[in-house]
Each structure stands twice: as C-alpha cells, then as structure tokens.
Ligand binder design. Structure first.
Ligand SMILES: Nc1ncnc2c1ncn2[C@@H]1O[C@H](COP(=O)(O)OP(=O)(O)OP(=O)(O)O)[C@@H](O)[C@H]1O
Length: 296
C-alpha cells in the first residue's frame, strides 16, 4: 500500500508539488492525469525516491521510503525515455536491475524478451521507440516490485505496439499483486485500463478517486433549444458548453449542482434533452480547463 502524505516540492524556488496526498492499494491500475507542466513527472520521481520532497512523506507499507531506502526496492520508475540505458544491451540492463532489485527474475525477463522478439545482446540505443517502451516495461515487471510508476509509456508508439503494451500491463497486474501508476495524456487509453484516477492541477491534488466516481461527478447532456439559445443559462458557472452546432448544445454539469440546474433547464422548454455517457476527457476538460478558452 502506497501512502502519499502532504507532499510538497519546490524546484528553482518555485512550488511544483503542494500538499499532494492520496493512497493506492494493491492490484490497482491508477491513471495520473494533469495538464502539461502540472507536476506529474516530478510526482512520479518523488514517489520513486529519485527526488527528495521538501515536506511530506512517501510511505510504502507504513515506512517512509526516504528514511528507509530499502523500501524503495518495492517501487520501480520507468521514465518516458530509456536514453540513459542506451549504451547497454538488454542483458546488461537486467544485470544492473538485479543489483537494485534483489527479487529481479532473470528467467521471466528472458521469456518476455523472446515473447516480444527483443534481442538480448543489442544495445538499447539501436532499438526502435516501441522496442524501448517494451524493454522498460519488461525490466520493471521482472524486478518483481510491488509498485510500478510509468511515465507516458505509450508516447509515440504505433497502435499495434500500444495495444501490446496495454495488454501486457493489464495481464501482469491481473496475475499478481503489482500496482501501476501511469502518467499519460492518452485519456481514452487510460480509461480502458485504469480503476483509479489521480488528477493534478498546478502541482496540487484536484481529485483522487475511482474511475467510476471521477466520471460520476458530471452529467453530459445534449440539448436542443427552442428558439434563441438562453445566454443566461449557458453562462452559469456550473454549466460548461463542450460544443454547439446551431441550436444543438453539448453541455457538462456538475452532478452536485444538477437538480436545480436541470429544473432551470426544463423551464426553458428545450426541444430535446439527451443524456450522453461521460468520458474521462470530459472530466479532464471540465475540471482542469477552467479559465482556458481552448477547453470549451
Ligand atoms: N529540473 C527542473 N528544473 C526546473 N524546472 C523543472 C524541473 N523539473 C520540472 N520543472 C518544472 O516543474 C513543473 C512540473 O514539471 P513536470 O515535468 O513534473 O510536469 P508534467 O506534468 O510531467 O508535464 P508534461 O505533461 O508536460 O510532461 C514545470 O513547470 C517544469 O518546468
């Protein structure tokens, strides 16, 4: 169990993480989402013990990973680029990982290399992007760590390798007690595999809850207005216009405010109100796009 307690981190005097706190249980696939520069990579690197927090704590099974460095053996971080391992072969990478992770399983690693047709004795720098992404995952899962932190694992991959990577992840989490925290901008992809969503906004935790709860916090409606669109209603702070074509509006409403807002809508006698299913992307844009004209 990972427990993140009031984590704060400044870089170059600027706050990058502020009072971030959440928990992550076993066997979970959690999505870490936020806009560019929100602090996701910094958070992952702090959780892995690569960066020291200024305040707060990262606990694994109740022990601070910064005070007890051996607790870090339970956590592996896979960066978005494996360039730093470019000069090594897969075999040499495995030897390095074995030093840091005593439970590293070389037989499992060799099996997975064969399964994905990855060469054992070629330098990583000669690998394609997809091969590098796979080798990063295979090293992480072979380490038999309990928590794997993945930074944009499918960035730049073709759709076939992307699917391979995602099925590998789901398969591995289903077959063991590993948990995975994935930072990615591929929201549709995350939605297919994640059970938990951690949302970061400008270094602060916006929400941490199950995918179902995250999506359940919003209503998405398609509304056709009778006559002129009602400017007053559309500019209510709890109403977000996702798109509109003529008199057909797609709206997002906060579930909390929905009763009154829906009554208000009914009084406007719309020609049609249809409920649409919520995507993670809708929640992302509603909660993180505020004040940004590109978000609507
Ligand atoms: N080594 C560093 N030196 C200076 N600033 C940094 C450093 N690392 C991160 N930052 C700053 O901290 C903030 C958060 O960066 P971070 O890479 O954690 O965001 P992110 O959410 O992963 O972004 P993206 O989605 O674009 O990858 C940014 O403003 C970034 O410029």
């Amino acid at each position: 169990m990972l427990n993140v307690e009031a984590l704060s981190k400044r870089i170059d005097g600027r706050p990058v993480l502020e009072d971030v706190r959440f928990r992550l249980g076993q066997g979970s696939i959690a999505a870490l989402v936020g806009r560019n520069g929100a602090g996701k990579t910094t958070l992952l690197r702090t959780l892995a013990g690569i960066l020291e927090p200024d305040r707060g704590e990262v606990q694994w099974e109740g022990r601070s990973i910064h005070e007890h460095p051996d607790a870090k053996r339970n956590i592996v971080y896979v960066p978005d680029s494996l360039d730093m391992l470019g000069g090594y072969t897969a075999k040499e990478c495995a030897d390095l990982y074995r030093l840091a992770y005593p439970d590293f399983d070389p037989a499992y690693f060799a099996d997975q290399l064969r399964r994905f047709h990855l060469p054992e004795r070629k330098k990583i720098r000669t690998f394609s992007k997809g091969m590098k992404a796979l080798i990063g995952l295979l090293l992480a899962f072979s380490s038999k760590a309990s928590l794997i932190l993945l930074d944009e694992p499918t960035n730049g991959l073709d759709s076939i390798v992307r699917k391979q990577v995602l099925s590998f992840l789901v398969e591995e989490v289903a077959s063991g007690n590993t948990s995975v925290l994935i930072s990615s901008h591929q929201l549709q992809e995350l939605e297919r595999i994640a059970d938990t969503v951690i949302m970061i906004r400008e270094g602060k935790l916006e929400s941490a809850s199950s995918l179902e709860e995250t999506k359940g916090a919003l209503h998405k409606l398609q509304v056709v207005f009778n006559g002129e669109p009602p400017g007053d209603f559309l500019s209510l702070p709890q109403v977000r216009v996702v798109s509109h074509v003529g008199r057909v509006y797609t709206l997002l409403l906060l579930q909390d405010d929905s009763v009154q807002t829906l009554q208000h809508l009914q009084h406007l006698n719309p020609l049609l109100v249809d409920r649409l299913s919520i995507q993670l992307e809708d929640v992302f844009e509603y909660r993180l796009g505020e004040g940004d004209e590109h978000a609507v």
